[in-house]
Design a protein around this ligand. Structure first.
Ligand code: ADQ
Length: 473
């Protein structure tokens, strides 16, 4: 196995400082878990931003560096202005809404491109300085779309992969970006460009045909005498870990408490980052609509919506939060009683055990993003159901919909249709619930995060590297 250099905007760690000193704690996220094995086995490095360390003393900073290096992580520090313009600015206020088809959220002034380019350049420089011949480089996500070509310029022979974690939109959307061509050329520096679904591959292929004048693009394209491969690699989760968690006695005890609290009621669950792509307001409206048109369900539904605070310094997220708060208040005031309310809204993060207990206790999991690259929550819910019960209601605009065909599929733009889907889920027979859940679980377990890492890296390893350059005579 060749040495793996992983590159992502954030390192898979959190730096925690308290009176006892600083510690660098590994993150539990899907990407971190899936890549941990190959990262350690290959003796490679993970390069990225460790988060804000500006308040640390010199000595604390040195301790962070030491701990990072023990975990084979290489930090790239971002200044406050880079965080605001590269991360919050171009990445999260331009590329994020655009790739999720929300053109009206993209600022009219094209401001932060220069810093996006500059930070991508800094990443490429740092990666190149750690590169050894024979290494495999794997770059992740939309914050670093220019890095592959910047690396190719520095390391013509390197084997470079890129994975795009969010949707790649229709070429008609993508072409509205003033810097569309730079971004596409940035990606084409890679040997393999991976997406979650075939339709994202197709959108990228039509973008190439439209912007670069390439006549026909299949699963590979010629670029500067090199072959660039495109492929769909749907990301999975660590299914076994979720299954193990929900068999733990402490988790089962929490499941029992949730069920007791919902006695006589059905437990519906929503779990998301508080992000405008996740479709929380429309989901709330669908619950409201069901209560409005079917009085029999009033007092019988307990909808727990957990939203983890996210990108809180971006103005659009603050407005979105107010909208969700307002809707929850309105629905509860309309359909609550002195004894209970239909919506239980938690604005916080939960740990894995709390999350798994909720997944396992829920009757219906409501995952209704208006667009989502994949959506791992939908898969986590299935993995957490070894009892083979529970119904997944899933947006057809989540990448996961391609794989999880046994969910109750809904269009998140159709509130009435979502209320129908919710009702169908609530009324589904036990036999049908089990048949659907069994098949969902098979898919989630067979195509887990380890499969995803293996299939991407195997394909990348099999791509021909650039032919050696012949030095001029
Ligand atoms: P995200 O948009 O963050 O990821 P998702 O795939 O659902 O979306 O992953 C969210 C993760 O955060 C899940 O592992 C979930 O358990 C956790 N989480 C969510 N709410 C939580 C809460 N309240 N408390 C604790 N944990 C919570 C991006 C893309 C997705 C793509 C992934 C991976 O937007 O489409 O699936 O990357 O490629």
């Amino acid at each position: 196995m060749s040495r793996l250099l992983l590159v992502s905007n954030r390192l898979p760690v959190t730096v925690k400082a308290d009176k006892d000193g600083v510690s660098v704690v590994r993150s539990a996220g899907g990407l971190a878990t899936g890549l941990r094995g190959p990262h350690e086995r290959s003796g490679g490095l993970w390069i990225g931003w460790p988060g804000d360390v500006s308040r640390l003393t010199q000595a604390q900073r040195a301790s962070v560096e030491e701990q990072l290096s023990q975990q084979r992580c290489v930090p790239l520090y971002l200044s406050a202005s880079e965080v605001s313009r590269f991360y919050e600015g171009y990445s999260n206020q331009v590329l994020w809404p655009l790739c999720h088809y929300l053109l009206e959220r993209v600022p009219r002034q094209d401001r932060d491109w220069d810093v996006y380019r500059k930070v991508n350049e800094r990443f490429a420089e740092l990666v190149a300085s750690h590169y050894q011949p024979g290494d495999t480089i794997w770059v992740h996500d939309y914050q670093l779309m220019l890095v592959p070509a910047m690396l190719r310029a520095r390391l013509p022979q390197a084997r470079i992969g890129f994975f795009h974690h969010i949707p790649f939109p229709s070429s008609e959307i993508f072409r509205t970006l003033p810097h569309r061509l730079d971004l596409v050329r940035g990606l084409l520096g890679a040997d393999l460009i991976g997406f979650h679904t075939l339709s994202y591959v197709r959108h990228f292929a039509s973008t190439l045909m439209q912007l670069c004048g390439i006549e026909k693009v299949g699963d590979r394209v010629e670029q500067d005498g090199r072959e660039v491969r495109l492929g769909a690699f749907p990301m999975g989760i660590d299914a076994q870990a979720f299954e193990n968690l929900v068999r733990e006695p402490s988790v089962l005890e929490e499941v029992r408490v949730h069920r007791e609290k919902s006695a006589g009621q059905r437990l519906l669950l929503g779990v998301d980052r508080l992000d405008y792509t996740k479709g929380i307001p429309r989901r709330l409206l669908a619950v409201q609509r069901l209560l409005e048109r079917e009085p029999a369900w009033r007092g019988k539904l307990r909808f727990v919506q957990v939203a983890v605070p996210s990108r809180t310094t971006v103005a659009d997220y603050a407005t979105y939060r107010e909208r969700v708060d307002e809707l929850v208040g309105r629905i509860n005031s309309l359909y609550g009683s002195v004894h209970n309310v239909p919506i239980h809204y938690l604005y916080r993060s939960l740990n894995e055990k709390q999350l798994s207990a909720l997944y396992r206790a829920a009757d219906v999991m409501f995952v209704t993003p208006i667009r989502d690259g994949m959506n791992l929550v939908a898969k986590e819910f299935c993995a957490a159901r070894p009892d083979e019960d529970g119904v997944l209601v899933l947006s057809e605009f989540a990448g996961a919909a391609d794989e999880l065909g046994d969910a109750v599929m809904v269009n998140p733009y159709d509130v009435e249709g979502m209320a129908d889907g919710l009702e169908a889920a609530l009324e589904m027979s036990e036999e049908e619930r089990r048949t659907r859940m069994r098949s969902l679980r098979t898919r989630v377990k067979d195509y887990d995060v380890h499969w995803w890492v293996r299939s991407f890296l195997d394909t990348l390893q099999s791509t021909p590297t650039a032919p050696p350059r012949v030095a001029p005579q």
